[in-house]
Design a protein around this ligand. Structure first.
Ligand code: NAG
Ligand code: NAG
Ligand code: NAG
Ligand code: NAG
Ligand code: NAG
Ligand code: NAG
Ligand code: NAG
Length: 479
């Protein structure tokens, strides 16, 4: 079968291990390989996503980074879905939409859903409408049908069908159900989205999953529903409380309490609390403006406000150095080479951007340029995030179930006095910028030497189509 390529890992660690493990013949874990693919323009894409000062309703106008194979319907209709921790609905385009008629190839690549071709289709309502203030979006029906992924079949999963749409890509939103369009737009009741339904059906013990994006230079990572792969990180997982918004756990927001560079924890700021959203659907990270500006100075980045991107010399990727992110206790170190992204080519020469943008008046976001360096367990049942330093390119696998109860995440320890509340307006309002040590980011990086910055003229993002001749080609070099 076409979708049998997904890895269903089923190894268990010996129960003699000291940490909390559940051993079973057939572990209640569902694994799925995810794949990174080229992005037309990560900055413009993120900008659309963030336009509403909230990432509650997300939509990709361009292509995003991580997707997984799945299918809907009987017989199966294949889909390539973007894994998105920043939204909560699964949706796919209808082949009959004007967009898909116009952009056939894109829709064929990402897959479409035709209700009339599925014997298991069930209509739910017409409340599906996900949109941005600029008018882009998708709307249509909510339906239920059989969903298949990772060799697992789930009956009656609710999802949206985009009969009208401005994005060719389907999305698999795996956030809190309270963030579903049906709830936050139509004022309806929450339905069990994929991770919740897996838990409700007993396919996994509890609504929790782990995401391993792996190295920027690697093409695949994995998502594990109901499990943790202890080979994919180093050290121990540290559990941190998710920060509620107006009393409601709605998004994966945690407290960033310090930042440093080149191994010096807290050298940029420490003992501050900055609310940060963990969002796999965001290509870059967005930090408080003063932090971003300070880092631009450190890395000799030229921020172009019209493009919303900070250009750097691509050689920066060859330098040693790192940024350290501290969360009450644990620190995740992001190597400099994970922060330099090839955003396009100018006459065959790569153009690079720093994977850090200014958050402006929105909540700070830790997107893929941060998340690749971390192994993250999203525990929606306990409203906790467990994280550890990733083990890049790990080839071995030891999968352990996440058990029910407050201590169900294996190999995880609590963090003493972890920050558990920050004033975060619903939808992620502005959070006061930390006071930073302007010299804290210096020292170590020799980024400023090594040649002139590439001169960017015009708007390389927008010139993409027309520029084939002019030598500007957009997209990651990963594929
Ligand atoms: C998804 O399916 C496509 C087409 O069959 C295949 O090339 C790709 O490797 C698959 N990706 C994953 C992550 O399974
Ligand atoms: C199914 O096909 C019929 C006849 O072509 C059409 O009227 C109807 O709108 C279709 N239903 C859906 C859900 O696409
Ligand atoms: C979806 O919501 C947008 C914004 O609120 C609205 O303009 C549009 O008419 C809605 N579309 C449908 C089909 O209800
Ligand atoms: C991971 O693998 C990729 C592809 O083989 C390689 O380019 C990269 O350098 C590796 N990363 C690390 C940290 O070893
Ligand atoms: C943070 O603040 C606490 C309490 O004010 C203090 O004990 C601690 O030393 C501070 N940590 C750092 C790294 O400054
Ligand atoms: C940086 O590394 C790339 C790939 O390894 C290499 O092609 C390039 O020449 C290096 N640049 C410098 C300045 O060393
Ligand atoms: C997690 O696993 C690591 C490596 O096996 C071990 O050193 C550590 O003590 C474990 N931590 C907990 C809390 O079980």
């Amino acid at each position: 079968m076409k979708y049998s390529t997904v890895a269903l890992v089923a190894q268990l660690i010996s129960s003699t291990a000291a940490f909390h493990l559940v051993q079973r013949e057939n572990p209640r874990v569902l694994g799925l390989d995810i794949q990174r693919r080229s992005v037309v323009n990560p900055v413009a894409r993120d900008r659309l996503r963030r336009r509403q000062k909230t990432v509650q309703q997300t939509l990709d106008n361009l292509e995003t980074l991580y997707f997984a194979n799945a299918s809907l319907g009987t017989p199966a209709q294949s889909l390539r879905l973007h894994i998105d921790t920043g939204s909560s609905d699964l949706w796919a385009n209808a082949a009959s939409s004007a967009l898909c008629k116009q952009r056939g190839k894109q829709c064929v690549e990402s897959g479409t859903y035709d209700a009339n071709s599925s014997s298991t289709y069930e209509f739910v309502n017409s409340d599906f409408n996900i949109s941005y203030v600029d008018g882009s979006g998708a709307s249509g029906d909510y339906a239920k049908d059989t969903f298949n992924f990772g060799g697992k079949t789930i009956d009656g999963l609710q999802f949206g069908i985009g009969y009208t749409s401005t994005s060719a890509e389907g999305i698999l939103g795996i956030g809190y159900t309270v963030n579903e369009v049906q709830v936050n737009r139509a004022g309806g009741k929450a339905y069990a989205n994929l991770p919740q339904l897996l838990a409700d059906n007993g396919d996994i013990n509890t609504n929790a999953y782990s995401l391993w994006l792996n190295d920027l230079d690697a093409s695949t990572g994995s998502i594990l529903f109901g499990g943790v792969d202890t080979e994919k990180y180093t050290g121990t997982l540290s559990k941190l409380p998710i920060i509620p918004e107006s009393g409601v756990y709605a998004e994966f927001i945690i407290a960033l309490t310090g930042m440093g560079s080149n191994g010096n924890q807290g050298s940029i700021f420490k003992n501050e609390t900055v609310a940060v959203l963990l969002d796999s659907g965001s290509s870059l990270m967005y930090l408080p403006d003063n932090v971003a500006t300070s880092l631009y100075t450190t890395y000799n980045a030229q921020y172009d406000s019209t493009q919303g991107a900070a250009f750097v010399n691509c050689d920066l990727a060859n330098e040693s150095g790192s940024l350290e992110f501290t969360f009450s206790g644990p620190t995740i170190s992001v190597p400099l080479n994970e922060l330099v992204i090839v955003a396009g080519y100018s006459r065959g020469t790569p153009t690079c951007i720093l994977g850090i943008g200014p958050a402006g008046d929105s909540v700070s976001v830790l997107g893929d340029t941060f998340l690749r360096s971390a192994y993250v367990v999203y525990d929606l049942t306990n409203n906790q995030i467990a994280l550890a330093q990733t083990n890049f390119n790990a080839t071995s696998s030891k999968v352990t179930e996440i058990a029910t109860g407050a201590n169900g995440v294996p190999n995880a320890s609590g963090v003493a006095n972890a920050v558990s509340t920050i004033a975060v307006a619903s939808g992620g309002g502005r959070v006061a910028a930390p006071s930073i040590d302007p010299s804290g980011a210096q020292g170590g990086s020799t980024a400023s030497k090594g040649g002139a910055m590439p001169m960017i003229t015009g708007n390389p993002w927008l010139s993409g189509a027309a520029a084939a001749g002019a030598g500007m080609m957009l997209g990651f070099n990963g594929f």
